[in-house]
Design a protein around this ligand. Structure first.
Ligand SMILES: [Zn+2]
Length: 260
């Protein structure tokens, strides 16, 4: 279970989108609610599989049915429905109403959690030290990149940022998942800075990831419990993507000082 915030999740979320409230949940039981035969995918009454979004790739894993195990190769949310795409060799898909036991690939998920948290630490460090907001990014397990409107970028700046990220990892900041009422979120300076006000008003409450004392942002992703759990981070590239757009690439490693 993640560290709960002061505000509870909206009604129903904790029973249906298990990844949103407990990033450490790896197994679950569910009932099939929809089957898309053409697309080779199914929807479930509840799921621990994270659907691709917010720069975080989807989970993979397996669904055990009465007829055997089905491999889940990708997960995507479409108009509110979370679809689990099955491997092409899945054969005949199970029927609506059938029960399944799901299990996510935890090694992959935990690497993504460490990477996603590492990128938020990078955001927090750049804001704390340079007052520059992030403009974009992406990640895979154990590596990611973020873009910032820095006027200049250099390998020296990259080394300095790497040192600061690892300092914040060593401080073992607690990471809290909160569901902030929109009225409070829209008045929160950290959330205004990260443009949370651009999220449609009907999304209420806003899910907020708070790296306590370092970084707060509206976020749908899965994160570790403490910055210490990230391990270590190396800045492996700094690039200019044009005037006022500089890219910082990182790799997550198992301990500070390790090479990937
Ligand atoms: Zn994020």
């Amino acid at each position: 279970m993640g560290v709960p915030g002061t505000n509870p999740p909206p009604p129903g979320l904790a029973e249906t989108e298990l990844f949103a409230v407990d990033a450490y949940r790896t197994e679950f039981d569910a009932t099939i609610t929809e089957v898309d035969h053409e697309g080779g995918r199914i929807a479930l009454s509840r799921t621990a599989f994270y659907p691709v979004g917010g720069g975080q790739p989807s989970d993979t894993g397996t669904l055990q049915t009465a007829a055997g195990a089905l491999a889940v190769t990708g997960v995507r949310r479409e108009r509110g429905t979370i679809w689990h795409t099955l491997a092409p060799d899945a054969g005949e898909l199970p029927a609506v109403g059938a029960e399944v036991q799901g299990e996510i690939d935890w090694d992959r998920r935990h690497r993504l959690m460490r990477t996603h948290t590492a990128l938020h630490i990078l955001c927090g460090v750049i804001w704390a030290d340079y007052s520059i907001p992030v403009t974009g990014g992406n990640m895979e397990p154990m590596k990611g990149r973020l873009d910032f409107p820095f006027p200049e970028m250099s390998t020296e700046l990259g080394s300095q940022v790497e040192r600061r990220i690892n300092e914040e990892i060593a401080r073992a900041h607690e990471i809290v998942v909160d569901f902030l009422p929109r009225s409070l979120a829209d008045a929160d300076p950290a959330l205004i800075r990260t443009s949370a006000n651009l999220i449609p008003q009907e999304i209420d409450p806003l899910r907020v990831i708070d790296i306590v004392g370092l970084d707060r942002q509206a976020d749908g992703g899965t994160h570790v419990l403490s910055t210490a759990e990230v391990g270590g981070v190396r800045v492996v590239g700094t690039e200019s993507k044009g005037k006022d757009n500089k890219r910082i690439r990182i790799e997550v490693v198992d301990a500070q000082g390790d090479t990937a």
